[in-house]
Structures are given as C-alpha cells and as structure tokens.
Design a protein around this ligand. Sequence first.
Ligand code: AMP
Length: 624
Amino acid sequence: MMYADFYRRSVVTPEQFWRDEAALIDWNTPFSQVLDYAKPPFARWFVDGKTNLCHNAVDRWCETQGDQPALIAISTETNTERSYSFKELHVEVQRWAAMMQALGVRKGDRVLIYMPMIAEAAFAMLGCARIGAVHSVVFGGFAANSLASRIDDARPVLIVSADAGSRNGKAIAYKPLLDEAIALSSAKPSRVLLVDRGLAPMQRVEGRDVDYAALSAAHLEARVPVTWLESNEPSYILYTSGTTGKPKGVQRDVGGYAVALAASMKYNFCGRAGETFFATSDIGWVVGHSYIVYGPLIAGMATIMYEGLPICPDPGIWWSIVEKYKVTRMFSAPTAIRVLRKQSPEFMRRHDTSSLQALYLAGEPLDETTSAWIAGELGVPIIDNYWQTETGWPILSIAKGVEDLPTRLGSPGVAMYGYKVRLVNETTGADCAANEKGVVMIEGPLPPGCMQTVYGDDQRFVDTYWTQDGDAMLYSTFDWGVQDADGYYFILGRTDDVINVAGHRLGTREIEESITSHPNVSEVAVVGVQDQVKGQVAVAFAILKDANLGTAEQDIMAVVDRQLGAVARPARVYFVTQLPKTRSGKLLRRSIQAICEGRSPGDLTSIEDPSSLQQIQRALFASL
Ligand code: AMP
C-alpha cells in the first residue's frame, strides 16, 4: 500500500481508520462510538468499549503461545537472567494483582512504582493494569525531592519499591531515598511494598512497609480476574518536565493506548507474535512503558528488560543478547549508539546479529555520523522516530510496515498516521512554507494513545499545550522543526526550557530551583549545551550570596544529586556576579546557551546590561 493513501485516510476519515485498527486488540464490550470530540481539545476514543491492557498483553496470548517467552529480564549488574513464558507471566501478574488488592488497592487508586529494571517492576505495572489501578512509574535515577513532588501530585495509596538499583556493579540504595521522599511529602501512602534483592540493607517502617517475600507466599497461585475498563478510564500517569519547576502528570487512557500501540507494533515496528523485541530504555520513561512493557506484549512478542550498562561486561553485551534471543527489532537512543561508537567495533563483530531486521532510535536528534556508522556495522535499516511522553508513540517516522519509503539522513521522517502535523510560524501563527522554520504542532483531536489530560488538572492541559486556530485547536510539541518539499521533517530543538541529556528530558527550571536551595546561592541560570556523546548537558551559572564562603562547584552538584538525582547534575557550574536579563527581568537563557556553544548571542536590544554576557564568556574562557 502507498503510505500517502494510508495517511490520508487516517486524517480525513479518522473514525473509519481507527475503527479498523481497533480490531487489533480484544474488547470485552464493543465501543458505541469511535471518537467523541464534543469538548475539544479533550478526545475520547472508543467510547463505551471495555477492554484491559493486561488482558491484551498477557491473557490473550496464553491460549495460543502460552509456553513461549514473554518477558526476559537480564541483569549484567547481578548476573542474572530470568525468562517468563506468557503462562508464567500470567501467574506473576495475578500474584501481584492479588497482593495489591490485599494492601487495599482498588480500581482508580494510584500506585507509585519506584523500581530498578527488574521483572517485578513489569509485574507491578501489569498487575495494576489488571485491576484498574493507575500506575505512576518514577525513574529509579530520580532522588528524594523529585520523587516527593510526584508522590504529592499522584497521592498513591501504595508505593512499590526495592532495596536498591545497581549501576556499574555498585548498589544504589533506593529505600533511604524513598523514606526521605515520603517524609518530605504531604500525601503519605499507607503502604509500601518492598522487593528485597539483597543488595542493600533496608530499615522497615512498622505498620507501613511490607515485604514482597512474606506477602507473596499467601498469593502464590492467586486467581485475579481482569477488571474490564471503559476505554477512557485512566491507565497510568507518567511525569514529565516542562517549563515550570512542577512536573506534569501525563495521563493516558486504556483503549486508545492499546489500539495505538498495537497499530504501531504492526506498521512501525513490524513485530510478529513469537519474535523478540529489545528496547534498551528504562521503565521510568515513556519508551519503557510503550515499547518495553505494553507494546511488544500486546503484539505477542517476547520483550527484553535489560539492567546494566551498554559497555559492561564489554561493549558487545547488547549484541550478545540479540544473538542469544534472536532479537528481530531493537529500540535504543542515539546517545547509547554514540557511546558504543567510541569502543572497538570488534566487540560487536564477535556476535551474530543476523536475526536483527531494523534498529529504531528515538529520544533526541539522530546525527548523521551516528546513524551512518551503526547502519554500516549492523547492515540493517536505522529508523529514527520522533515523539514525546505526551504522545506515547511516534509522531514522525517511516512506517515501513505500510510502505518501504526511504529514510533521509537527519530527518525522523514524515507525519505518522493519525497525526495532523502542522508547522506554524511562531510570530504570525501561519502555516510555514517548505523549508521555513516553525513550531511543530498537531491539529486536534490527537490520535488514540496520546495523553488525555494533565493528571488532576484539565485546565493546565489546555493552557499548557493548546491554542485556538480558527475552528481548530492546535497542540504544541514545543519543538522547532522544518519540513522539506517532500514532506520530510527535521527537528531543530526545543522552543521551551526543556533540555535533553542522553535522551532524558529535564526541565532547566527544576535544576535551577534545586540549585537555589543551596544556602549560598542567590540566583542561577541553567542551560543545555551541546555535547558530543550525551547530545546536551546541563551547565549552570550561579551567583553566590557570599563569595567569601568558598562554595565550590562540587557543593552545588551535590545538592542536585541529593534532591533530583545524578541524571540532573550539571556538567559544570560557573560562578558569576550577574546574569544576562532583559529589562523586564527575564533570564536570557538562549543567549547564554549560544555563548556556551560558541555562537552569536542573538538579538540583544532588550538586554539590561551587556557586560553580564562578557562575564559568561570570561567564566567559560577561564575554565579552558
Ligand atoms: P520525552 O518526552 O522525554 O520522550 O522527550 C521528548 C522530546 O525529545 C521531544 O519533544 C524532542 O525534543 C526530543 N526528541 C524525541 N525524539 C526525537 C527525535 N527522534 N529527534 C529529535 N528530537 C527528539
């Protein structure tokens, strides 16, 4: 089929298009209406239809391929490999569902999952989905303050966690961070369920903390039927950073998400039931939700969960996994490939990767050098895909499962089915001409699978993302883009204060708030600066209250580590006595960023004091 026709049908007659795609999943009760867009920008998909994510990911496959692998959890940190068939996974998720019910979790309740990349994390997610509890997974690399703000917002009745994660052979204790986060939080959960991996000692809080080993014994063979959910009931919340310091809870539905994932597994990732999918992300990110846990399983594929570094025990580890499990489709991030490119290719060439049919990369811009190198090494198509936590599945890519359109270096591809992508001129609001830079926007309704709202705050959803354009409403991705005459898009960076470090999305405001909590910092500006491996790194320029106190770069980094986690730690902290601002007091972050990257600071007509820029320059220069 021609992709152009497929795409046209998806946006001209979306209801017919998605009605057909809805047949990719199981429904307990059919829907009465494909789309309800009576209250834009809120889109309700598959109204009245009842389904369940856990049923579609697990139960559905037990009859036809119950003994085939479903979940393969590999840890090169603890040297363990555990494989669960669909039938075994079915037992595990029911056990988890039963345990959560025993701890008082009911349909609609939130369960916060703060876990390393172990199989139990996936069991907990699927267990929630099974009983209609709303999970909120928080990335294990986040520290107490980040975790506390998410606890406050989600108000979970239960937190699921573990003694520790592990990185490069070193245990990272989770429990003290969790206890500190709960102490900081104003919405304390009544129960905490803990998996003990034997990596770090845990102090139990009497009456609140429950051990997995003890509780599971009573629920080993539990039978917990699926709770059928109306398609628009919430399935999960996933927090993401934005312009303010307060993370937004991206809320997703059940039916629309299941259908969108099933469609993307067919048309984008081209995975067949029985094959093995390997996404190297983490369950704390959206890729982990969509393409480690739900997507592959909904497609009947085995999915690999990997805990460890891409270069340990040696840089051939991922390719040895591909070889051993005959992975057909792999999903990673450009950063990881850049790390591997720095290693000897010998490690990769030792392994037979002939099962692999395509490598998908997302999360940050894919540069031509990285793309060309890995394509040469693997000899398979490299498929860039552009999307965000909010959308849950690709906005731009090449849907090879529909038509084998060529990829174009530097471009993630064309608009995916269901997405009415428009490039809009920032000042005039008019649609851009070919090769004209604009903001990447999507005309509502967003397709199935995209966020329903900001958890608990419909108004924030509307105010943050949407603008009215005549009769239409436009959703902003907050990314700059440009489209060539053939319809291929190129992404040119964020329009807001969000930065992308090694594929991880971070808000500079959150980092600034953390740094200013240091008693000797009066003001700070954090910007994202280009980095050869990580894409971007955070760099901070701080003003001290008292220069004589001798506050060092390390002190400030330690504050960020402790509050937000090492992922948010700035790569450098420079000290200045003034920050560039407009006359109305707005920080000129883009000018600071430009100077850091050796570019011109841009239009400075509104700057209050140009000498502040020279300070930035001098600080950078002095460090060379
Ligand atoms: P997240 O919500 O963490 O997935 O981050 C989404 C953001 O990452 C997007 O808004 C883009 O700024 C960036 N991004 C994701 N994928 C790509 C890609 N393939 N090319 C360029 N930028 C990307």
